[in-house]
Design a protein around this ligand. Sequence first.
Ligand code: FAD
Ligand code: SF4
Ligand code: SF4
Length: 286
Amino acid sequence: MIPWPGNERIVKGLDFLKSVNRGEKVKVGKRVIIIGCGNSGMDAAVGAYQMGAEQVVCIDVQRPAAFQKEIDHVEELGGELIWPVFTKEITAEGIITNAGDLIKGDMVIITIGESPDLSYLPADIQLERGYLKPAGDLSIAPGVFTAGDTIKPGRLVDAIGAGRQAALAAQAYLSGGVYVSEDKKKIPAARLKTAYFKKCHTCDLPEAKDEYNRCISCGTCRDCHMCIKSCPENAISRNLRPDNGGFEYVVDPDKCIGCGICAGICPSGIWAMYPNAEAIPMYKTV
Ligand SMILES: Cc1cc2nc3c(=O)[nH]c(=O)nc-3n(C[C@H](O)[C@H](O)[C@H](O)COP(=O)(O)OP(=O)(O)OC[C@H]3O[C@@H](n4cnc5c(N)ncnc54)[C@H](O)[C@@H]3O)c2cc1C
Ligand code: SF4
Ligand code: SF4
């Protein structure tokens, strides 16, 4: 439930993005306000420009959590990000802030607080903070299995991996067998079909119209810079590759202390820590 007066004027970010993604011509205002400066907010901002908005302003209560590259994309299109801004009311003129300022806008899209709608489930199904809490075989009731964002918001590859485990568990349930969890990170190379994915290993920002066809970085570096920013030893650098116009991230083994922060923070699973005397993270793909 969105708490502010005037909330009936708000367009839900996922509804907006789904319509744009379906190729519909969504009517947007001239001046669009996006509440939430995460990656979904940046997607919505790009979508608003694609649909013809003249100016997009993204607001947040805290420093934007979106990847820098996504922010750059919005700013390159003319968008503005402002924070900290606390919404008090939504009116026909825009957003009134707690500080009493008016941020002008004729359309407001919200991209925060998305969670699965599980209200249709029986009351005895256990929820934890609005998400399902399945058993080890991903079941929530006898013969009912779940996966993906109903358990925890994550990446598409996580959802696909969990979906496969749920399918194996369902097969075991139906055949009277025993479900044995696979190591979902081990995908046989022969099963990977790169033809399904658009390559995006260049440094160019996509046109707004191409945003909805973009690569989702499952297993490839999305150039978000988070590892560089997080490394306490400044051990990671980003090099341009003149041979193919792309880039690569490399670790200086003389600086790396093997803390594993880069491996933990990378949204694309690029870094892997190998237990050895020096515990140097290995860059797996370029
Ligand atoms: C704006 C945005 C950008 C993102 N960008 C990336 C990215 O770049 N890279 C990345 O890896 N991940 C990204 N993600 C996350 C990724 O999309 C999700 O983690 C992933 O789609 C989760 O898959 P899922 O199968 O759990 O859920 P979904 O993909 O949401 O699929 C759930 C399906 O179930 C259907 N459904 C809902 N309720 C019912 C019901 N009661 N009965 C039957 N069907 C139902 C829905 O209609 C939907 O088709 C992004 C997410 C958002 C919102
Ligand atoms: S493991 Fe090494 S490269 Fe990664 S964050 Fe720690 S010091 Fe930096
Ligand atoms: S390696 Fe991971 S954290 Fe570093 S820039 Fe690429 S996707 Fe981002």
